[in-house]
Design a protein around this ligand. Structure first.
Ligand code: ZN
Length: 111
């Protein structure tokens, strides 16, 4: 996003921390989930179709074909699909933790 000059200026003025804080606040306000994935997660160079991870991918590469499965990717769309998948995986893990905590709580109150 920082490559888009007008968007980069807006982001630089506000800062990533403030943007994520506002997103978290709005998500909670509307009863939605807000999930942050690891900032180093290789979302752009991982094939969303098969999971193959490319070694290196300069920012100038906007379109690429997966050497493992042959899927054709637009960099940002592929990254968005990987980020969604990673976020859902985190939520699925959080759901399992909540279920475990509820069972533990039920066990404590029942015992
Ligand atoms: Zn692939």
């Amino acid at each position: 996003m920082l490559r888009n000059h007008s968007l980069a200026q807006a982001i630089s003025n506000v800062g990533w921390h403030q943007i994520t804080s506002m997103l978290a606040y709005k998500a909670e306000w509307y009863g939605r989930d807000f999930v942050q994935i690891d900032k180093w997660y290789p979302s752009s160079k991982r094939c969303h179709a098969c999971g193959h991870l490319c070694d290196a991918m300069p920012l100038s590469v906007r379109h690429w074909d997966c050497p493992a499965c042959g899927a054709s990717h637009y960099r940002d769309i592929n990254a968005a699909k990987n980020i969604l998948k990673a976020g859902k995986a985190i939520l699925a893990g959080a759901d399992k933790l909540r279920e475990h905590e509820q069972k533990t709580t039920v066990g404590r109150t029942g015992g």
